[in-house]
Design a protein around this ligand. Structure first.
Ligand code: IMP
Ligand code: MG
Length: 175
């Protein structure tokens, strides 16, 4: 589908997103009292969420990034995931929070968490702004909202690299 031709349907407003971000930040701060957690954002979709999240924390933190790519450019994930940019921080003994935009199958998160664990952190927790309804397995430790069917965009999340700049979250009609 041509990104210039897609129609968008509203899913979450800036107010709903901001409320979820504040709640998640409070939970992360509570769980990391007295610590300096390392927030590892999964590029590129995390960049708006992570920027808002760190500014709501009440504990000091550090930030790093990892990039995972699933092959293909469409709206479905192929299941084959490679890490194309690794973290640069020494993870030994760190309290890590992996920050994702959306978990669909959860495969990307699993691959990233495995990679983080191999660096011998003290703890690894998972954070996702959105999780697809009916996702199998365990939910992330920190979760914003569940989202129904439909490919979502906005608030950093893209369709074919477009729509990241939108402040609300929308679904692409017909997906
Ligand atoms: P998963 O590995 O199936 O959980 O998919 C994870 C990655 O696919 C996420 O990091 C997103 O970047 C991307 N993704 C999954 N669903 C959507 C969506 O609805 N819109 C945009 N990107 C998505
Ligand atoms: Mg992503």
């Amino acid at each position: 589908m041509d990104p210039d031709a897609v129609e968008l349907e509203a899913r979450f407003t800036t107010d709903e997103i901001a409320e979820a971000v504040r709640r998640i930040a409070a939970e992360i701060s509570r769980d990391h009292e007295g610590q300096v957690p390392l927030l590892v954002g999964v590029l590129k979709g995390c960049f708006v969420f992570l920027a808002d999240l760190v500014r709501e924390l009440t504990v000091p933190c550090e930030v790093d990034f990892i990039r995972a790519r699933s092959y293909g450019r469409g709206t479905t994930s192929s299941g084959a995931i490679e890490i194309t940019k690794d973290v640069e921080t020494d993870l030994t003994g760190r309290h890590v929070v992996v920050v994702e935009d959306i978990e669909d199958t959860g495969l990307t998160m699993d691959v990233v968490v495995d990679r983080i664990r191999s660096g011998h952190p003290a703890s690894v927790r998972r954070c996702a702004l959105l999780v697809r309804e009916g996702i199998g397995g365990t939910l992330p430790d920190y979760l914003g909202m569940e989202v129904g069917p439909g490919f979502v965009v906005g608030y950093g999340i893209d369709y074919a690299e477009r729509f990241r700049e939108l402040t609300d979250i929308h679904a692409v009609r017909g997906t």
